[in-house]
Ligand binder design. Structure first.
Ligand code: G16
Ligand code: MG
Length: 218
């Protein structure tokens, strides 16, 4: 019996992926490391540190240099997200959030980002969510289930009462490992492991979700 939804932030409710990309691209250019938009796809939902590791590969940076680069990229990112408004919500996000709340569902956010609180505030949805699990909440990043389990706990729900909505393969993996229902947004090649897949939240209603989840439960 489903009683709550946990939404990933970047790629599900808003598209901050572009700002993460611009931040990493600037850093990579400054460090003379080749980096492209395509390479950025592999960083979807991946933690800040893991993202940097994928960018630098086996280049011999010290821990101090790694820390400095993470901070530098974050400064660029924080600057870029200053202008986020409700207009940056992805199509269908607000309609579904509002509908789910009306049906009595609890709503949580499960984001790997340490900037999640800022983004949620700027999007104007802070009063529509009951709990936020972010990049400070747990140690182990997705695909470990810890972040979503933390969110479920904050909502006072059992994992099997929660639906996780994710755009990243690592996020679907994390939610499945936590014993939750999963909705994947995007191509099947990326989120096909989810119980239910939609191209995006545009036009998705609770009735659609309930029907497809019931189907998947059979
Ligand atoms: C996001 C993004 C990732 C980003 C990570 C950490 O997660 O998808 O690209 O690297 O958070 O963000 P920050 O550097 O702000 O702590 P999610 O989980 O909302 O998709
Ligand atoms: Mg995401």
């Amino acid at each position: 019996n489903i009683q709550g939804f946990i939404f990933d932030l970047d790629g599900v409710l808003t598209d901050t992926a572009e700002y993460h990309y611009l931040g990493w691209q600037k850093l990579a250019d400054e460090e003379n490391i080749p980096f492209t938009r395509e390479a950025n796809e592999a960083l979807r939902g991946v933690s800040r540190r893991e993202s940097l590791m994928l960018i630098i590969g086996d280049r011999p940076y010290s821990e101090a240099q790694i820390q400095e680069m993470m901070e530098r990229k974050n400064r660029y990112y924080v600057e870029l997200i200053e202008n986020i408004t409700a207009k940056d919500l992805l199509p269908g996000a607000i309609a579904l959030l509002d509908e789910l709340r009306q049906t009595g569902m609890k709503i949580g956010i499960g984001s790997a980002s340490k900037n999640a609180h800022t983004v949620i505030k700027r999007l104007g949805i802070a009063d529509k969510v009951d709990a936020i699990a972010d990049g400070y909440s747990v140690q182990k990043p997705k695909p470990a289930p810890d972040l979503f389990l933390y969110a479920a706990q904050q909502l006072d729900l059992k994992p099997q009462q929660c639906v996780v909505v994710e755009d990243a393969a690592a996020g679907i993996e994390a939610a499945l490992a936590g014993g939750m229902w999963t909705v994947g947004l995007g191509p099947v090649e990326r989120v096909g492991a989810a119980h239910v897949v939609f191209p995006s939240l545009a036009g998705v209603t609770w009735a659609d979700l309930r029907a497809k989840l019931n189907e998947a439960a059979k």
